[in-house]
Write a protein that binds this ligand. Sequence first.
Ligand code: HEM
Length: 567
Amino acid sequence: MAVSTNELAILAIVLLVTAVVFYTKGTRRAPLPPGPRGIPFLGNLFQFNVMRPYPQYLKWAQKYGPVFSIKLGSQRIIVLSTSEAADELFVTRSKLYSSHESPHVGFDLVSDQQRMVFMPYSREWKIVRKNVHGILGPGPSKQMRKMQDLECRIMLHDLLCHGDTSIVEDFVEGPHGKVPERHWFSIIRRYTTSLMMTLVYGRRIHRIVDNPELHQVYEMMSNMTHVSQPGRYLVDALPILRWLPDIMAPWRAEGKRMHEWEMGFWGKLFADSRTAFLNGTGLNGFVQSYLSARAEAGLEDLPGKGATEDGAGWMRDKLITYTAVSIIEAGSDTTSTAVFSFVLLMLSNPDALRRAKEEMGAVVGSSRMPDWEDEDRLPWLTACIKETLRCAPPLPLGIPHKADEDDVYNGYLIPKGSTVIGNIWAIHMDPVRYPDPTAFKPERFYNPDGKLNWASGPDTHNRDHYIFGWGRRFCSGKYLAEASMFIVLSRLIWGFDFYAASDPQTGKVKLPDVNDVDTFTDGLVTAPKIYPVGFKPRSEKHAEMIKASYRDVQNDWQSMGLAGDER
Ligand code: HEM
């Protein structure tokens, strides 16, 4: 039988339409993943602590399986609790799952839609990501090693001077994780934030006490991690409320007020930097380099938000400001949280700590400090860091992704618009993958013979841990973060005998319980709450080297045109 071209075309269209109808119906027919029953309109909103959902999510995963579903108002949340599920959706199907959930208050109002970490998968995000990768990718991030080395030496000196201050003085944590200036937590925070500020603005944080700038950065970050938590605002869960008039929508004024507050700080940093650039006194950070490239392209003045529509996609001033914010925020609290958790877990596991010190003594000794070249020869330390990150991931639920289309996974429907969470905490507590998961066992990752790799690589199934997320939204700062964790923690082990407070009556060591969720703060970033630790140099020789190093680094700052330390 002869078939004409027209008939073939009609046949092709009929087959296509049938396939589309079949696929769409198939998708619609698939059931939602199982999950706890909610109540009308509000769903499961009042069944768990929305500011600290991960313990309940683990329980629900144990009951309903690796993919379960809940509702917060009209917001559908799908929680993935195995690396296979997260891998399949976020990596293999990354085309559908590379948007981040954009909380209405946190993103639209407080961030004026410019904060990278909450951006949908869009042209604007791609522009920002490309620029960020230009300074944080595997090659460029190595240029920060010198700053990491120098800032780390300052940190050692600060800890030496700190001694047992946080043990003998009675410090109280402020609201939203506000840390007292003289507590050792502030010393670590200064290190991470100074690094980010230099990277982005070419200026250091050179003082801890009487330096509102440092503490304000953390106040803003803490505010953001609370404001953006799914379920924090009813309007995030019930978008219909966005239509309410101002008088009935107090979050609108609150969100805008927070935006003004943020711009008072972050906007000023940007404006100062721009003025310095225009006066020719700008330092060498990401913002100044960007402004310089933009000016060379004839776009010295580019106020407003977003990016230009042309092929070059130049970021306007507000988008640059918030790109800088995203890097500073994403890189400060996360890395310092990892340090606080490491110290806590090592103190809680004295055998592991002793072995790390022995290894350090054998490999590095006392006549020099450890460096990145020592990394492969310190496999026990590396195993302890990885085990810390497994037991206490700084973001236990990562940053929530979003489904951009209807999809079906393992026979379950994932409706378009759902928030999709990779439950890092549950994956790390999987007893099959990590037997005895609540125990701290660095031997899981101990590999004295092989080349050590951290959490990267194309083989996402076999990663040691998942703290950096997945797919196209995988943490941009991973290289910098790993380099910081190694240098800070190796030198801490090298230089100090750190110790917990003990009860003066019984002599018993007083440490927060690492397996108690109350030891940690609420919100997107889950850090240990402040706890006292004393820092004693391992020998007079170590102390002298730390002091000499501090003096030398002041010369480095001077030759680099950076502010010297004020103590
Ligand atoms: C231990 C330290 C760190 C942890 C645990 C961490 C964790 C994460 C996670 C879970 C994400 C979201 C991934 C996803 O959506 O699947 C993320 C994104 C991001 N991180 Fe990190 N991070 C750390 C350090 C850093 C550092 C040091 C920087 C910057 C210097 C940084 C910059 C970013 C940025 C810019 C994003 C947003 C990526 C995007 O939206 O496309 N992070 N990080």
